[in-house]
Design a protein around this ligand. Structure first.
Ligand SMILES: N[C@@H](CCC(=O)N[C@@H](CS)C(=O)NCC(=O)O)C(=O)O
Length: 201
């Protein structure tokens, strides 16, 4: 049995959970709910970096970094491949954008929490917000060729989780109203069981 250290609000952990469900691996993984911000002892014993998601494999090796975990699970199980050979470059392009969006959104939220809201007026935070806007525009203009809600890839999962996280944690950005094609796509992919079962709360 593998173990996945996670919490209910991490976009990175949600991405891994969705992958587990899509690949029908949930019976092989024990969920270990924890709070990485309070130095959870069990998590730190497994992984000195102390971040979630952390996957502990059946041979007891801890893997962190959501994309590395995604690659590992994809190789372990051939159900619904996350990166298909025919669209490899495109999928990796989109996955990078999705995780980049997640990073920018997550840094904005965590800076407000730990450094106070003024941190978000800084030059760095303004750069992050511009990156979010540019990336959303790029995706909005390419929804039809880049994104799918039927045969989904690691790119689709990363972008959808990032959009959900933006709507969940930074509603003041109003992305749902500004990027209507992306919003339609998000509402379709969100109907999948894997998304419903892992919704942010
Ligand atoms: N790049 C990492 C980011 C993981 C990450 O930042 N996790 C946060 C929760 S969302 C965490 O565990 N933070 C605890 C800490 O930094 O001490 C990934 O893709 O997995």
């Amino acid at each position: 049995m593998m173990k996945l250290y996670l919490n209910a609000t991490s976009p990175y952990a949600r991405m891994v959970r969705i992958i587990m469900l899509e690949k029908q691996l949930e019976g092989n993984v024990e969920l270990c709910w924890c709070d990485p911000w309070s130095d959870d002892e069990a998590l730190l014993r497994e992984n000195p970096i102390g971040r979630i998601p952390t996957l502990v494999t059946e041979v007891g090796m801890a893997i962190s970094e959501s994309l590395l975990i995604a690659l590992y699970l994809d190789e372990q199980c051939s159900v619904r491949p996350l990166i298909t050979a025919d669209r490899k470059e495109e999928i990796l392009h989109v996955a990078g954008l999705g995780v980049g969006l997640m990073d920018a959104a997550f840094s904005t939220v965590i800076s407000a929490k730990y450094l106070n809201n003024e941190a978000n007026d800084s030059v760095l935070s303004q750069r992050r917000l511009r990156a979010i806007q540019r990336t959303l525009e790029h995706l909005e203009n390419n929804v039809e060729c880049y994104l799918s809600f039927e045969t989904i890839s690691i790119g689709d999962i990363a972008v959808a989780v990032a959009l959900d996280y933006l709507a969940f944690r930074l509603p003041e950005l109003g992305i749902s109203n500004s990027y209507t094609k992306l919003e339609d796509w998000r509402s379709n992919i969100s109907k999948r069981l894997s998304f419903k079962e892992t919704a942010f709360e």
